[in-house]
Ligand binder design. Structure first.
Ligand code: FES
Length: 170
């Protein structure tokens, strides 16, 4: 190389550098868009969670006379079942299977809850009849006030077995 002559990057090198700069700019923009999308999703899910958070106010399930002894009634507003036992007492049962959390429907013909996911069954007190679920359905405290059944869905109770004190008499 001659003295005084500067080495000039060739055209191919300049093109490569320019391409890499554009690629970095593009990746930066994609990262910014993803961060924005993630932030928006987090805010949206927080907002939805607070909209669906269980109320601390009791839910009016209905008048005592509306539930026959021995019946199980879904209360869609509170996402639970109101089970009126043969002795006339009430139990508010969670719809969530204690195995892996599927929603458990009541089968009136078979007189039991049958989980569609893995076949666990529960009786009207929430006690498991068939595995894989080993624990009873959770229940909610309730109170009978002026002939109305009021259920506190913000205070879910788990248990290892059904005890008669969990049911509320009139
Ligand atoms: Fe109900 Fe598995 S989630 S049996």
């Amino acid at each position: 190389m001659e003295a005084g002559v500067e080495h000039q990057p060739d055209k191919e090198g300049r093109n490569r550098r320019s391409f890499l700069n554009r690629l970095w700019a593009l990746l930066g923009m994609i990262a910014c868009l993803e961060a924005g999308w993630l932030g928006t999703s987090l805010l949206r899910s927080r907002k939805n969670r607070s909209l669906h958070a269980p109320s601390t106010e009791p839910i009016d399930a209905g008048a005592v006379e509306a539930f026959k002894p021995g019946s199980v009634t879904p209360i869609p507003r509170g996402q639970f079942y109101l089970s009126r036992l043969e002795d006339g007492s009430f139990l508010a049962l969670s719809k969530t299977c204690t195995h892996l959390g599927c929603s458990v429907p009541w089968d009136d013909k078979q007189q039991k809850f049958i989980c569609p996911c893995h076949g666990s069954t529960f009786d009207k007190t929430g006690e498991p009849l068939t595995a894989p679920a080993l624990r009873p359905l959770d229940y909610y405290p309730l109170r009978i006030e002026n002939g109305m059944v009021k259920v506190f869905t913000s205070r879910v109770q788990s248990r290892s077995s059904f005890e008669p004190e969990q049911a509320v008499g009139i």
